[in-house]
Ligand binder design. Structure first.
Ligand SMILES: Cc1cc2nc3c(=O)[nH]c(=O)nc-3n(C[C@H](O)[C@H](O)[C@H](O)COP(=O)(O)O)c2cc1C
Length: 202
């Protein structure tokens, strides 16, 4: 349990940084699987769970991985505004983080991350049809020859063109701390990485 002052803006910020960093490394941390939302081409909201893969503290960028063929990739190129929601039951903290998304495919960043991706995880990028394509049978879209097993390195390489890193540059963090003796809420906005703090009524 964190023991920092919930009245001190810098300590709150440090705690946010600490827990987002833990969320990347610790698969059991609640911040490992945030909800990520964007606006689709019908101008309606799409939300889904993603895995937090990286947090670049210096540049305040959150990354997750996806398939280039997934509808959210094209939607994010048309409308880069996005939002993460994190909630940790034990910390009693909700974070709503507004971001600007940048799509990376077949570039230096994806090459670096792909090289660190395990063969089993690479399998996600080997579906024959694009994610979200309707199908008349219940299936995972992976070729029958690969079902129930890890692809060889050579087979896995076919997934590289689909492997996409979504970088999300943080614009604003809305921190909410739930506490019986009195909830607290702080808005942190970033302009050219300069922080501005504003207390809000929870
Ligand atoms: C625990 C969990 C982790 C997930 N991680 C990711 C992820 O990192 N990237 C991703 O594209 N989809 C991930 N998904 C699947 C998405 O929630 C979603 O179903 C999928 O991306 C297709 O929908 P969309 O393209 O309309 O967002 C995850 C789902 C769960 C339940």
């Amino acid at each position: 349990m964190s023991t920092f002052s919930k009245e001190n803006t810098n300590e709150i910020f440090e705690d946010i940084i600490r827990n987002l960093s833990r969320g990347v490394k610790d698969r059991k941390h609640d911040f490992h699987t945030p909800v990520f939302s964007n606006i689709n081409n019908q101008n309606s909201i799409e939300s889904r769970v993603v895995v937090l893969r990286d947090f670049d503290v210096e540049n305040m960028i959150l990354n997750f991985h996806t398939d280039y063929r997934s509808p959210k990739v094209e939607d994010l190129t048309k409308n880069e505004n996005s939002l993460f929601v994190f909630y940790d039951y034990k910390l009693k903290v909700q974070l709503r983080i507004k971001t600007i998304s940048i799509i990376n495919n077949q570039n230096l960043l994806t090459e670096e991350k792909w090289n660190k991706t395990k063969l089993f995880s690479r399998k996600c990028y080997l579906t024959k049809k694009a994610p979200s394509t309707p199908t008349n049978i219940p299936e995972d879209g992976i070729d029958i020859s690969l079902q129930g097993k890890e692809p060889s390195r050579e087979e896995s390489e076919k997934g590289y063109k689909n492997f996409t890193v979504v970088q999300n540059k943080i614009k604003e963090i809305d921190w909410l701390y739930l506490e019986a003796s009195g909830h607290r809420r702080l808005k942190i906005t970033f302009k050219q990485n300069i922080k501005n703090f504003e207390w809000l009524i929870p």
